[in-house]
Design a protein around this ligand. Structure first.
Ligand SMILES: *[C@@H]1O[C@H](CO)[C@@H](O)[C@H](O)[C@H]1NC(C)=O
Ligand SMILES: *[C@@H]1O[C@H](CO)[C@@H](O)[C@H](O)[C@H]1NC(C)=O
Ligand SMILES: *[C@@H]1O[C@H](CO)[C@@H](O)[C@H](O)[C@H]1NC(C)=O
Ligand SMILES: *[C@@H]1O[C@H](CO)[C@@H](O)[C@H](O)[C@H]1NC(C)=O
Ligand SMILES: *[C@@H]1O[C@H](CO)[C@@H](O)[C@H](O)[C@H]1NC(C)=O
Ligand SMILES: *[C@@H]1O[C@H](CO)[C@@H](O)[C@H](O)[C@H]1NC(C)=O
Ligand SMILES: *[C@@H]1O[C@H](CO)[C@@H](O)[C@H](O)[C@H]1NC(C)=O
Length: 429
C-alpha cells in the first residue's frame, strides 16, 4: 500500500512538473508575443509568424529558447498593452520606449519576476503607477518618463532594494517625494510633474534639473519658505559673507606680517641687503674690482673671500674624497650666484660655475673657531658619506671668510639640510 501511495505521489508530482514546463515553454512565449502584436501593431506586424520560434523576430532575444529580452523602441506601437506579456517569465529586459502605447501597465507584469530593466518612457501610459510594480524585487532600472502617469509617488518604491535608476520626469505626478531610503537610486529624475513640498535630504546632492518644473523646495532648489530653513539660509548667507570678509582680513594680516618680517630681516643683514629683497639676484662680480666691496650692498661671498685670499696665504679650496679638483677658488668667485636661503649659520648660494658645474655654497657667519679646529671638524664631516647627506665637496677657510661647497640639489632638500639640523649644528660656531 505504502509503495502504491509513493508511486501515485511521484506520478502526480511528475505531471505537475510537466505541466509547469508546458506552462513556460517557448510556445508560451510565442503566444504571448503574438498577443502583443495583435494588440499594438506597428512594425512588429512584420514578424514572420510562420517561423516556429520567435527568437529570430526583430527585437526578440532568447537564451535557451526562452525570451529574455524584448526590445521594441520606436516601432510605432500604439493602443493598450494586452494581458499575456506576464507569461514571458524569463524576461529580463523590456523596452517599449518611444512608441504610442496608452492605458495602464497590465497587472500580469507582476509575473515578470526576472525583470531588471523596464523602459516605458515616451508613451502615453496613464493612471497611477501600479502597486504591483513594487513586487518586482529585481528591478534595477525603471524609466516611466514622458508619459501621463498621475497620482503620487508611492513610498513602496522602498520595496525595490536594487533600484538604481528611477526616471519619472514629464508625467502628471502630484504630492510630495517620499523618503526613499532603501533603493540605491544613483539616478533619479522627477522634473516636470506637479510635485510639491520639500526634496528629501538624500537627493540634495543631485542636479537641480532633476527637480525643476514642480513646486518643490529645498536643496538643490531654493530653500523651503516659512519652515525655519529660510531664516537659516539667510543666516548662512551672512555666514558666507562673514567667512569671505574674515578670510580677506586674515590674508591681509598675513601679508602685513610677511612684509614687516621681510623688512626686519633685510635691515638686520646689511651685508646682503640686495639679496634679501631681490629673491633671485645674480651677483656675479668680476674678480678684479671686488676686493673693496666687502660689507657693501652687492657683496657676495666672493667679495671677502677674494680679498682675504689675497691678504693671507690661503689661496684655494680644499676638496674632499675622490672628487678631483674640478674648479678652483677663482672659478668659484667668478661664478654667478643666487641666494638659495638664509639659515642660522649663514647664507646659502647657488653658484653656477663657468665650466658647467653647479654647486651650493654656504657662507658661514659668526664662526670663530680657530683654523685648526675648523679644518678638523670640516674634514671629519667631509669624509662622511651618507645617503641623506648632501655631499660636502670642499671648503675655504680664512680669517674673515668661511665657505662650504656642497653638491647642488635642486629638490629643496639642500636648503632643509643646510639650514636646519645639518652636521655642523653640533659644532660651536
Ligand atoms: C518565414 O519563415 C519560414 C519558416 O522558417 C520561411 O520558410 C520563410 O521563408 C520566412 N519568410 C520570410 C519572408 O523570411
Ligand atoms: C498566459 O498564460 C496563461 C496560463 O498560464 C494562459 O491562460 C494565457 O492564455 C496566456 N496568455 C497568452 C497571451 O499567451
Ligand atoms: C488608446 O488609444 C486608442 C487609439 O490609439 C484609443 O482608441 C483608446 O481609447 C486609448 N485608450 C486610452 C485608455 O487612452
Ligand atoms: C514589498 O515586497 C514584499 C515582499 O518582499 C511584498 O510582500 C509586499 O507586498 C511588497 N509591498 C508592496 C507595496 O508591493
Ligand atoms: C492624461 O491622463 C489624464 C487622466 O489621468 C487625461 O485626462 C489626459 O487627457 C491625459 N493626457 C494625455 C496627453 O494623454
Ligand atoms: C494631468 O492630469 C489631469 C487630471 O488628473 C488632467 O486634467 C491633465 O490634462 C493632465 N495633464 C497632462 C499634461 O496630461
Ligand atoms: C531630468 O530630466 C529633464 C527633462 O528630460 C532633463 O532636462 C534634465 O537634464 C534631467 N536631469 C537629470 C539630472 O537627469
Amino acid at each position: 500500500m505504502k509503495f502504491q501511495l509513493l508511486l501515485i505521489t511521484l506520478v502526480f508530482a511528475f505531471s505537475l512538473y510537466l505541466f509547469a514546463i508546458v506552462d513556460a515553454d517557448p510556445a508560451s512565449d510565442r503566444a504571448a508575443l503574438l498577443a502583443l502584436r495583435l494588440a499594438v501593431g506597428g512594425r512588429i506586424l512584420l514578424w514572420n509568424t510562420s517561423a516556429a520560434s520567435p527568437c529570430s523576430w526583430t527585437g526578440v532575444f532568447c537564451e535557451k529558447d526562452r525570451v529574455t529580452r524584448l526590445r521594441l523602441p520606436g516601432m510605432g506601437l500604439s493602443g493598450t498593452l494586452p494581458l499575456g506579456i506576464g507569461n514571458l517569465t524569463e524576461l529580463q529586459t523590456l523596452s517599449l520606449r518611444f512608441n504610442a502605447v496608452n492605458g495602464s501597465i497590465p497587472p500580469d507584469f507582476v509575473n515578470l519576476v526576472n525583470l531588471r530593466y523596464l523602459y516605458l518612457q515616451g508613451n502615453f501610459f496613464s493612471g497611477q503607477i501600479p502597486e504591483f510594480l513594487f513586487n518586482m524585487q529585481n528591478l534595477v532600472r525603471l524609466n516611466l518618463a514622458h508619459n501621463n502617469f498621475s497620482g503620487e509617488i508611492s513610498p513602496s518604491f522602498n520595496n525595490l532594494t536594487r533600484l538604481d535608476t528611477l526616471y519619472l520626469e514629464n508625467n502628471n505626478l502630484t504630492g510630495a517625494i517620499p523618503d526613499l531610503n532603501a533603493p540605491p537610486l544613483g539616478q533619479f529624475n522627477v522634473s516636470d510633474n506637479k510635485l510639491t513640498g520639500p526634496i528629501p535630504a538624500r537627493f540634495s546632492h543631485l542636479d537641480a534639473s532633476a527637480f525643476e518644473g514642480n513646486s518643490l523646495c529645498g536643496e538643490p532648489l531654493q530653500a523651503c519658505p516659512g519652515t525655519g530653513t529660510d531664516s537659516g539660509s539667510k543666516l548662512s548667507g551672512g555666514a558666507i559673507a562673514g567667512i569671505v570678509i574674515g578670510s580677506l582680513i586674515g590674508l591681509l594680516l598675513i601679508l602685513l606680517i610677511l612684509f614687516f618680517f621681510c623688512r626686519k630681516k633685510s635691515s638686520g643683514d646689511n651685508q646682503l641687503k640686495d639679496t634679501a629683497t631681490v629673491k633671485r639676484a645674480d651677483v656675479e662680480i668680476p674678480a678684479g674690482n671686488i676686493a673693496r666691496d666687502s660689507g657693501n650692498a652687492g657683496a657676495s661671498y666672493s667679495a671677502t673671500a677674494k680679498g682675504d685670499a689675497r691678504s693671507s696665504g690661503t689661496m684655494n679650496l680644499v676638496f674632499f674624497g675622490k672628487v678631483s679638483k674640478v674648479f678652483d677658488l677663482e672659478d668659484l668667485l667668478r661664478a654667478s650666484a643666487e641666494v638659495l636661503g638664509k639659515g642660522t649659520f649663514g647664507t646659502t648660494y647657488k653658484a653656477s660655475i663657468e665650466i658647467g658645474v653647479v654647486a651650493a655654497v654656504k657662507r658661514l657667519k659668526d664662526v670663530t673657531a680657530p683654523e685648526r679646529e675648523f679644518r678638523e671638524k670640516i674634514e671629519e664631516v667631509g669624509k662622511m658619506v651618507h645617503e641623506n647627506l648632501v655631499p660636502l665637496r670642499a671648503y675655504y677657510y680664512s680669517r674673515d671668510e668661511k665657505l662650504l661647497v656642497y653638491d647642488y640639489m635642486p629638490m629643496g632638500s639642500l636648503s632643509a639640510l643646510l639650514h636646519g639640523t645639518h652636521p655642523f649644528s653640533g659644532l660651536s660656531f
